[in-house]
Design a protein around this ligand. Structure first.
Ligand code: M6R
Length: 592
């Protein structure tokens, strides 16, 4: 799971490649590298660590005609300089950057060893470079496209690659199951894992499909599939969708938490115009006709989908949610006419893409709700819907979670014919603004737990969904072990973990569960826990740690999630952690 970028022509390649990699480091940031050809010589610079570290190592270079770059999230081989990309073939004919995983790389290594190859790294990518080189040498260095075809025949797994071949004035590429876009401009041809690095150069793109390959020169693009040349299909992308601007904030995460009100407003404006919902009527009909709605998602998006299940259950519709990596290997089917909903910020999460392939192979209808127009899930879905949250740079999903649940609430409104969904969302926006104004109070609370080794969030009903998301945020950003439990469940085992000063945060969004949750908190307090309650203002008993404005109970848990987002942010801030790029993570998880 990595980001790749490349180009051929007469652009300022230093700024394009390094700037592009910075925009792609949501895909991984444990090592980075660049190769560029200047005056006929290929220069290769790689480092462990971030693109910023690479930037400091790359000299000013003008006049390069071709360049490729890579930011890595290690899958095979530790993140060090040798394993960083670009990888070079044994005889140095090929420099390659790769995003994906070659599943049969061990078998291919054995094969290549018998062909005289030895290996320099622990990566699977080296195998691609050597295979390409082997086939190219085999055909007398006459036909590199043929070498790509032979290589693709041998590779199993996923790959988006950019390839510089020795002295050739061409940039080659091949793609299977990892995203790759080509940008076409006056200055040349460019490629990248998403369009953001290229947006300042062009708005004209080709979204490559699986098993496509080819090459580009400064002025030409040659695309192939199944041994035949095919015409490229150009698409436009709007530059406004991709603002990459920290706007004076210290971290993208903080900025993005505080964008929630705008995002929710835009969502409502998109899906409800002049009092009428704008959802595709066929899609609504498909949901109505389905005998079960199955949500499939990962991480934060999975926790957002739990609200989707509740909303649909509320209208009497059977609905379930599965974690994609589980469902993919054990597809559950308990209904005759299921409708699948894939919820994903990036639209590229490999575990979900694998599920969508299964669903599509069976000819079953599915909806992809993403924040990324033209992403794999969006393109392959029967119905693609956008949450219009704008680019989210922080690895921790914040505003997109709000937009996902906001979208599902509007969908519920459209399905039930209720016009109050937008009014309820307006109240949520107001409540979030109120939390933003009082965020310093959350900062103070956060200071009380920075030394804690672990923390519990408890909630009942929908607050348990919120607790799950709050605990995930704390784990990934502040590295504090956090668990979410339904309030009544701790006494069945986990209460054994409570000792003096173990922090426990209780969430209360509904009068129906307020008393019970308070009792659960008392049980924990009696065993030494340091307890905090985050509660709707009207349900407060005057001793609570933080109050949220009164809104409809089905949306009120979202105010607790905003509390949890800030809380994680401030804990990480006080601990001096790299908030936007927490260790071991990547924004888009494009490996299964
Ligand atoms: O792009 P997706 O929504 O499919 O990503 C799913 C998860 O990888 C993602 O939500 C992850 O859990 C976030 N880091 C959470 O903040």
């Amino acid at each position: 799971m990595c980001g790749i970028v490349g180009g051929i022509g007469n652009a300022d390649f230093r700024s394009y490649i390094l700037g592009g990699l910075k925009k792609l480091d949501y895909r991984g940031y444990d090592s980075a590298g660049i190769a560029y050809r200047l005056n006929g010589k290929i220069n290769l610079i790689k480092t462990q660590g971030t693109v910023e570290k690479l930037d400091a190592l790359v000299p000013d270079f003008q006049g390069a005609d071709i360049a490729i770059g890579h930011t890595r999230w290690a899958t095979h081989g530790v993140p060090n300089e040798i394993n960083a990309h670009p990888q070079v073939s044994m005889n140095a004919l090929i420099h390659i950057v790769h995003n994906g995983v070659i599943e049969n790389f061990r078998a291919l290594k054995t094969k290549l060893r018998s062909r005289g190859y030895t290996f320099r790294t622990q990566t699977d990518t080296e195998v691609i470079a050597d295979l390409l080189e082997y086939h190219y040498i085999q055909n007398g260095k006459k036909d590199f496209i043929k070498a790509i075809e032979n290589t693709m025949d041998e590779l199993e797994g996923s790959y988006a690659t950019a390839i510089i071949l020795d002295k050739e004035e061409r940039l080659y590429f091949m793609k299977k199951a990892s995203p790759l876009l080509i940008g076409v401009s006056e200055q040349g041809h460019f490629l990248a894992s998403d369009c953001v690095p290229m947006m300042h150069l062009t708005d004209k793109f080709v979204d490559l499909d699986d098993m496509e390959y080819g090459y580009m020169t400064k002025s030409e693009l040659h695309l192939f599939k199944n041994h035949r040349q095919i015409p490229p299909k150009f698409v436009k992308r709007d530059v406004d969708d991709f603002r990459y601007d920290i706007s004076g904030y210290e971290h993208f995460m903080l900025k993005e938490i505080e964008e929630a009100p705008y995002v929710l407003r835009r969502l409502a404006d998109n899906y409800c115009v002049d009092g009428e919902y704008t959802f595709n009527p066929d899609m609504l009909e498909s949901i109505r006709k389905a005998d079960e709605v199955v949500f499939i998602a990962c991480g934060t998006s999975y926790y957002a989908s739990l609200f989707g299940v509740e909303f649909l259950n509320y209208m009497g519709k059977r609905a379930t949610a599965y974690i994609a990596s589980e469902w993919a290997y054990r597809p559950q089917r308990f209904s005759k006419k299921p409708l699948y909903i894939f919820l994903s910020q990036s639209g590229e999460t490999a575990d979900i893409v694998a599920c969508q392939k299964i669903v599509n192979a069976e000819g079953l209808k599915n909806i992809a709700i993403t924040n990324s127009k033209g992403s794999t899930l969006d393109r392959k879905a029967t119905y693609g819907c956008l949450i219009y949250a704008g680019l989210e740079v922080g690895v921790a999903a914040t505003k997109t979670y709000m937009a996902q649940v906001g979208f599902l609430s509007l969908l519920l409104g459209a399905l039930t014919g209720s016009h109050s969904a937008v009014t309820h969302l307006d109240a949520l926006i107001d409540a979030v603004r109120d939390i933003i104004e009082r965020k310093e109070a959350i900062h103070e609370l956060a200071k009380e737990v920075i030394k804690a080794p672990s923390l519990f969030y408890i909630g009942r009903g929908s607050d348990y969904n919120a607790a799950l998301e709050c605990a995930l945020k704390l784990k990934e950003i502040s590295y504090i072990h956090a668990e979410a439990y339904p309030g009544g469940e701790l006494k069945h085992g986990p209460i054994a973990l409570i000792e003096k000063d173990t922090p426990v945060i209780g969430l209360i969004s509904s009068p129906a569960i307020a008393l019970q949750l308070r009792n659960n908190i008392e049980e924990l307090k009696a065993r030494g826990a340091k307890t905090f309650i985050v509660c709707n203002a009207s349900l407060s008993n005057g001793t609570d740690a933080f109050l949220t404005k009164e809104i409809k109970p089905y949306l009120a848990p979202l105010t607790k999630v905003v509390f949890g987002q800030y809380f994680s942010y401030y804990v990480a801030y006080e601990k001096g952690l790299p908030i936007d790029k927490p260790r071991n993570l990547a924004k888009a998880v494009t490996v299964e």
